[in-house]
Design a protein around this ligand. Structure first.
Ligand code: SAH
Length: 219
């Protein structure tokens, strides 16, 4: 860790540990997820003016009407993905700030992440590079179509709410792979866990969530 992270104050180790403690009390038990969230500096994924709030368990604005997800939700989704088959390649839809991408990059071999707003994608890419990650690729496109070129994936995580399950994403799941995705309108969204089983796609509802919408391009 460089000196930057060792200071006291809002980015200090203790502030971060408090967040991890909170995630534990909220039911996050996977130590790999908790370690990754302790390690990845969330305050570098938001505007400097918001850095003092980076270790609160809350979503924060990142511009372009988008938000960096609440830490608890990032942890919950990552934990749900990790509980499935071993993860080598993972696809993320909705890179946003790149924070979830970094958490995944800390945990799996290869992360592919798709974003439709170019300035966000550029910033996300730079942040991951600056943190020293090398196992990620970004693409500017409508992630509702997935990223077929690198599939099938061992896991797919969608960080924007779809009105219905995008078929293309299901089609890019390896056998037994999991897709974690918020589905629904407005504040009526369910976080769903889809598993690609021999008997078809199995669906489980994890909890109620509140994500920005997955915006589909016209075709
Ligand atoms: N994982 C992000 C969350 C960002 S919010 C983070 O931790 O910061 C959701 C993101 O999904 C936004 O950046 C939005 O632009 C993006 N998005 C919405 N619809 C999309 C689509 N069809 N394809 C790709 N990205 C999309």
């Amino acid at each position: 860790m460089n000196a930057h992270w060792q200071g006291i104050g809002f980015t200090s180790q203790r502030t971060r540990e408090r967040l991890i403690q909170r995630l534990r009390t909220m039911g996050i038990h996977d130590e790999r997820v908790l370690a990754a969230m302790l390690h990845v500096p969330r305050h570098t994924f938001v505007d400097e003016a918001l850095a003092s709030r980076a270790y609160e368990d809350t979503a924060l604005p990142i511009g372009h009407n988008q938000t960096i997800s609440q830490p608890y939700i990032v942890a919950r989704m990552t934990e749900a993905l990790l509980a499935g088959r071993p993860l080598c390649r993972v696809l993320e839809v909705g890179s946003g700030s790149g924070y979830q991408t970094a958490i995944l990059a800390a945990l799996v071999d290869e992360v592919y992440s798709v974003e439709r707003i170019e300035p966000l994608l550029r910033l996300a890419r730079r942040r991951l590079q600056d943190l020293g990650y090398r196992n990620f690729r970004f693409q500017l496109s409508d992630g509702g179509w997935g990223w077929a070129e690198h599939g099938p994936y061992d896991g797919i995580l969608v960080t924007a709410a779809a009105t219905e399950l995008p078929e293309a994403l299901c089609g890019q799941l390896a056998p037994q792979a999991r897709l974690v995705i918020p589905v629904g309108y407005g504040e009526q969204q369910q976080l769903q866990l889809i598993t690609n089983t021999e008997d078809g796609y199995q669906r489980e509802v994890l909890e109620t969530v509140n994500f920005v919408p997955l915006v589909r391009d016209e075709h």
